[in-house]
Design a protein around this ligand. Structure first.
Ligand SMILES: [Zn+2]
Length: 104
């Protein structure tokens, strides 16, 4: 049994697909820091390149720092990018709508 078995796909839980690594094209994974509390980042499985650490601030929901890590990783230089709040609320609303549909 591979070590991978024990990894949760946290990006999938967040309802987001991570882009491949900009350096090597490898598969990326959303991770929670094992030491720092409520801190998230995205890392390439292959070359281990890592996005910035995002730590939850006092007045934010825990999903905000998680989603910031995703948003930052998926932003590529030279490509247009929605600001974080717009992206976050749009996605949140879509998830709520999807949940409603699934309940019908
Ligand atoms: Zn890589």
């Amino acid at each position: 049994m591979g070590k991978e078995k024990y990894h949760r796909d946290r990006a999938k839980e967040a309802g987001v697909t991570l882009k491949p690594c900009p350096f090597c094209g490898g598969e990326a994974r959303l991770k929670k820091h094992y030491k720092m509390q409520d801190t998230w980042y995205v890392q390439c499985n292959k070359c281990k390149a890592r996005g910035g650490l995002q730590t939850q601030s006092a007045f934010e929901h825990w999903t905000v720092s998680r989603d910031k890590a995703i948003w930052e990783w998926n932003h590529r230089f030279g490509e247009p990018q929605e600001d974080f709040n717009t992206w976050w609320y749009t996605r949140r609303m879509a998830l709520v709508e999807e949940e409603k549909r699934n309940r019908l």
